[in-house]
Design a binder for this molecule. Structure first.
Ligand SMILES: Cc1cc2nc3c(=O)[nH]c(=O)nc-3n(C[C@H](O)[C@H](O)[C@H](O)COP(=O)(O)OP(=O)(O)OC[C@H]3O[C@@H](n4cnc5c(N)ncnc54)[C@H](O)[C@@H]3O)c2cc1C
Length: 638
């Protein structure tokens, strides 16, 4: 059993972070350059962390698999970033953001972490404005805000539908500055394939140079993973095609507990699947629900064009069911609402798996120009993909896999169950419980990278003073051998099926049995199917080419092999949690009106799974969640 010590500081909620920062040990400025820190990832989490650690004076080695740090998946984020600035004077506060986030996550996140996130949110905006991030502004020059799901205030800062891109450019510039200053050494097109643990401490990584195929080690005093989420386990998702779980999965196999792996977010507003051979889904930002109204025909099987369906024959089901939040109901709830009406045969579009997102009223009220200013690039993207003009006809949307709330378990210092291994951004499980509110991932990634980790990692280094070590240590040699052996095995299998065909099949199993709703029978079935598919993969996969040069089939094969193992853990976790909460909807556990029914008595804990060896059942460790400031209640958005 792993000892799960969340290291939550004592004292009142609003004093914890301040007090903790005072009590943590510091590294003297002149000593910082003596410490080597590895940061894997250059998204908003990793990019912000590497830049900040470099600025503080540490010696940083930073890695990403793309050809440039600024191609990290964060660049795709569209809608915005939350912060409790209360510029709108509409009743927002740090406490309200904290409360909305805890409630939005269905009371399955740590109070102390979430409060700190809400507190730091205001600093993030200042930091990004200082970097020159071009947030949208009101006519008078103040930063503008819009609303996102699960909140009744407007607290989302945005840069058109390209907020992630603009924030990442800010972090990237800061990172480039440190690269030029020599504090950060950047390794693009380099994939981490193993974590090296010496005497219980993370001391480095083994990587493969994706251009030359060279396998080598990098040594450090601490390792940070900001490697993003694992939604691509479902094959079809809104994530970048390259996003994968390899770094965190390999770290899990070296001893890092994996928390709440089954907590997946299915986003309600994505362009519906159009065919068998599609490899990617496209998000239509949640911000569109500020002005778009979601509806389906009242009658099942109604195939008339949207414009031919009169008002009284339309069902604005979110407004009907959740009058207080309406179209801005949280994602898990809006997604289930869409699934429900489609299951009733009221879905639109050719497949029947779609609902309308209609801007006609907003255009009438505000004029097309205003809508164009707010969402122009999203409308254009929609039109390019579907060949339909959303200024004239409603968009068609359907839920799709989007984000993973689960990830490596971390304590309040963002350290995993392996000493010295810190995990930030979407790769950790920390702040969103069972459902993330829109615009809160960017907030968390930047809070972790700019503000939390740079403080807490110093405390670890000062308290532990890791011994000097080099890559000739047997632990590095053995990890390098493992990596080379696995690469050779993938290439030598010489089977008949492509990596993609395995990935697609795995994704289908996960979507059908561990997707928007889950039940015991389906999960048990998935737990039989996945090991069979994995066995077939290792027997019949075909990976062309060799390992001494750029070989994307080989990269993909390694990632899919890891997804095959992670998928099983996700189903094990989903099966054990016989309650519904947030994005985890167990059909056996619902209220009489079909809402998620939590079981606080039995499941108010974080499930942190411990790897026990290939083929062995993972071990469940529980971190009880203690709520001292909010009262657990049935989530209601009515
Ligand atoms: C389409 C879309 C729109 C979104 N819009 C919003 C939004 O408006 N607001 C919001 O709050 N959130 C949004 N999100 C969620 C948000 O974008 C992500 O959660 C967040 O950007 C993740 O950042 P990250 O730094 O944790 O990881 P990422 O940005 O995914 O970066 C991962 C990094 O790790 C590197 N990496 C991974 N594995 C390895 C490895 N093995 N070796 C070396 N390097 C590795 C990659 O190269 C990359 O640099 C959106 C998500 C999607 C899919």
């Amino acid at each position: 059993m792993i000892e799960l010590n969340a290291r939550i500081p004592a004292g009142p909620l609003e004093r914890k972070w301040d007090r903790h920062r005072f009590e943590m040990k510091l590294v003297n400025p002149a000593n910082k350059r003596k410490y080597n820190i590895i940061v894997v990832g250059t998204g908003l989490g990793g990019g912000a962390a590497a830049a900040t650690l470099g600025e503080l004076g540490y010696n940083v080695q930073c890695f990403c698999f793309q050809d440039s740090p600024r191609r990290a998946h964060s660049i795709a984020a569209q809608g915005g970033i939350n912060a409790a600035k209360n510029y709108q004077n509409d009743g927002d506060s740090v406490y309200r953001l904290f409360y909305d986030t805890i409630k939005g996550g269905d009371f399955r996140a740590r109070e102390a972490n979430v409060y700190r996130l809400a507190e730091i949110s205001v600093n993030i905006i200042d930091q990004c404005v200082a970097q020159g991030v071009p947030f949208a502004r009101e006519y008078g020059g103040l930063l503008a805000n819009r609303s996102f799901g699960g909140a009744q205030v407007s607290r989302t800062f945005y840069a058109r539908g390209q907020t992630g891109q603009q924030l990442l450019l800010g972090a990237y510039q800061a990172l480039e500055r440190q690269i030029a200053a020599g504090t950060v050494k950047m390794f693009p097109r380099t994939e981490m394939l193993d974590l090296v643990v010496v005497d219980g401490k993370a001391r480095g990584i083994v990587v493969r140079d994706l251009v030359t195929g060279e396998v080598r080690s990098h040594v450090a005093d601490a390792v940070v993973l900001g490697t993003g989420g694992y939604g691509n386990v479902f094959y079809l998702s809104t994530n970048a095609k390259g996003s994968n779980a390899t770094a965190i999965w390999r770290a899990h196999k070296r001893g890092a507990a994996f928390a709440n792996p089954c907590f997946t977010q299915i986003h309600p507003t994505c362009i519906p699947v159009s065919g068998e051979y599609q490899s990617k889904l496209t998000l239509m930002s949640e911000s569109l629900r500020n002005d778009g109204r979601v509806w389906v025909p009242v009658a099942a099987g109604d195939k008339r064009a949207a414009g031919d369906i009169p008002e009284n024959e339309r069902d604005y089901f979110l407004e009907r069911k959740y009058p207080s939040f309406g179209n801005l109901a949280p994602r898990d709830i809006a997604s289930r609402g869409a699934k429900e009406v489609c299951d009733e045969g009221r879905g639109v579009g050719e497949s029947g798996l779609g609902v309308y997102l209609d801007f006609a009223d907003a255009i009438k009220r505000l004029g097309e120009q205003v809508i164009r200013e707010r969402y122009g690039n999203l409308f254009e993207m929609y039109q390019r993909i579907t060949d339909e003009n959303p200024y004239d006809v409603p968009m068609r949307i359907y839920p799709a896999v989007h984000y993973t709330m689960g990830g490596l378990w971390v304590d309040y210092n963002l350290m995993s169950t392996i000493d010295g291994l810190h995990v930030i951004g979407e790769a950790n499980f920390s702040d969103h419980g069972a459902n993330r509110l829109g615009a809160s991932a960017l907030m968390q990634g930047l809070a972790d990278g700019y503000f939390v980790l740079p403080n807490t990692i110093g405390d670890y280094l000062a308290a532990n003073r890791p011994e000097k070590l080099d890559a000739s240590h047997p632990a590095f040699r053995s990890a390098e051998l493992n990596v080379s052996e696995r690469t050779r095995r993938l290439l030598d299998t010489d089977g008949k099926r492509t990596v993609d065909s395995f990935h697609r099949e795995l994704g289908r199993i996960m979507w059908d049995h561990c997707g928007m709703s889950r039940n015991e029978g389906g999960l048990r079935q998935a737990l039989e199917m996945i090991p069979r598919l994995r066995e077939e993969f290792w027997r019949d996969v075909n990976v062309p080419g060799s390992h001494e040069h750029l070989n994307q089939a080989l990269e993909k094969a390694g990632r899919v092999a890891d997804f095959m193992e992670l998928a099983e853990l996700m189903c094990v976790d989903a099966l054990h949690r016989a309650e519904s909460c947030g994005g985890h909807f167990r059909e056996e556990s619902q209220t009489s009106d079909g809402e998620a029914l939590r079981d606080d008595e039995r499941y108010t804990y974080v499930a942190a799974w411990e790897y026990q060896g290939d083929g062995a059942q993972p071990l469940l460790n529980r971190e009880p969640l203690v709520f001292e400031n909010v009262k657990l209640s049935q989530r209601s958005y009515k």
